[in-house]
Design a protein around this ligand. Structure first.
Ligand SMILES: Nc1ncnc2c1ncn2[C@@H]1O[C@H](COP(=O)(O)OP(=O)(O)OP(=O)(O)O)[C@@H](O)[C@H]1O
Length: 253
C-alpha cells in the first residue's frame, strides 16, 4: 500500500560564497536585526555556518488514493519539499517515509546520462527497473513515439535542445507507472502540441498512481486533479485541506 509520512521535516542549505567573510558579516547583522522577512530564513548551524532554512516543522501524512497539490508563492519551498519526498535532499532534522514505487517528474536530467543517446538512455532506465527485453522494446517504441525526436533518438542527449530533453525525459518518466508520483509543474511547460499530448499521458499516469503530489501555480490543475491542497508559506505549512477551501484562502491572501 502506497503511503507518505513526513514528520517534523527540516531542510536547510549552507550558504557558500566567494566572499564568505563579508557575507557572514552581512548575514550576522541581518540575523541580529530581523525576525521577519527574508532574514527570518537565515540561521547559524552547530558549526557556525550560515544556513538558509528552507523547510521547517513540516508534518503530514498522505494515504493511498490521495492526490495532493502544493501551492505557495515563489520560494515557498514546494520544489524543495518534492525533492525531499523523492530522496534527493536528506532531511537535516525529522523524517520522510515513502512507501511504494516512486516516479518523479522533477528534473529533466535526473537519471539521464547526457553522453548517451536517447535510445541508450531508454535502455538504461529499463535495466534500472529490471524490465525484460520485450518490455524494454515496447517501452522504447512508446517513448520514441511520444517524444517525436526522429533521428535525434540516436544522438547523444547533450546535443538536444532543452525542449527535446524535456520531451524525452517526460516520455520516459511517464512510460513506467509509479505508485507514488511526484511532479513539479514546470514539467508541464512546452509548446501547445506537446502540452496536449503530455496532458493526456499525465492524466493516465495520475489515474494509475496510488498517490500524486504535484506542485503548481495553476488553480485549474488543483481543482481537476487534487483531492487535497497543502499551502506552503516561507517554508512552513500555512493550510492543509480540501482544494476549494485552501484555494479560496490562498487567492484571497
Ligand atoms: N540549493 C539551494 N541552496 C540555497 N538555497 C536554496 C537552494 N534550493 C532552494 N533554495 C532556496 O529555498 C527556497 C525555496 O525554494 P523552492 O525552489 O523550494 O521554492 P518553490 O516554492 O518551489 O518556488 P517556485 O514557485 O519559484 O518554484 C528559496 O528561497 C530558494 O532560494
Amino acid at each position: 500500500m502506497a503511503a507518505i509520512d513526513v514528520d517534523n521535516l527540516e531542510i536547510t542549505f549552507p550558504l557558500y560564497h566567494g566572499a564568505a567573510r563579508s557575507l557572514k558579516g552581512t548575514v550576522a547583522t541581518m540575523l541580529a536585526s530581523a525576525r521577519t522577512g527574508p532574514a527570518a530564513h537565515l540561521a547559524a548551524d552547530r558549526r557556525s555556518r550560515i544556513v538558509v532554512n528552507v523547510l521547517r516543522s513540516i508534518s503530514f501524512s498522505i494515504s493511498q488514493g490521495e492526490r495532493v497539490g502544493l501551492i505557495g508563492g515563489n520560494g515557498a519551498g514546494k520544489t524543495t519539499l518534492l525533492r525531499a519526498l523523492g530522496g534527493i535532499y536528506e532531511p537535516v532534522a525529522g523524517r520522510v517515509r515513502v512507501q511504494g514505487r516512486l516516479g518523479t517528474l522533477l528534473d529533466a536530467q535526473l537519471g539521464m546520462n547526457p553522453e548517451l543517446t536517447g535510445r541508450e538512455n531508454i535502455t538504461l532506465r529499463s535495466r534500472y527497473f529490471g524490465l525484460d527485453k520485450q518490455t524494454e522494446m515496447a517501452l522504447a517504441r512508446d517513448v520514441a513515439d511520444f517524444a517525436d525526436l526522429d533521428a535525434f533518438m540516436d544522438m547523444p542527449v547533450k546535443t538536444y535542445s532543452s525542449g527535446m530533453v524535456v520531451r524525452l525525459a517526460f516520455g520516459l518518466a511517464t512510460a513506467i507507472l509509479p505508485e507514488v508520483l511526484l511532479m513539479d509543474e514546470w514539467f508541464m511547460a512546452g509548446d501547445a502540441a506537446f502540452l496536449d499530448k503530455a496532458r493526456r499521458r499525465i492524466e493516465a499516469l495520475v489515474r494509475g498512481a496510488d498517490i500524486l503530489v504535484v506542485s503548481t501555480h495553476q488553480p485549474d490543475i488543483l481543482r481537476q486533479w487534487c483531492t487535497r491542497v497543502i499551502w506552503l508559506e516561507n517554508g512552513q505549512i500555512r493550510m492543509d485541506g480540501a482544494p476549494e477551501d485552501v484555494l479560496d484562502a490562498y487567492l484571497a491572501s
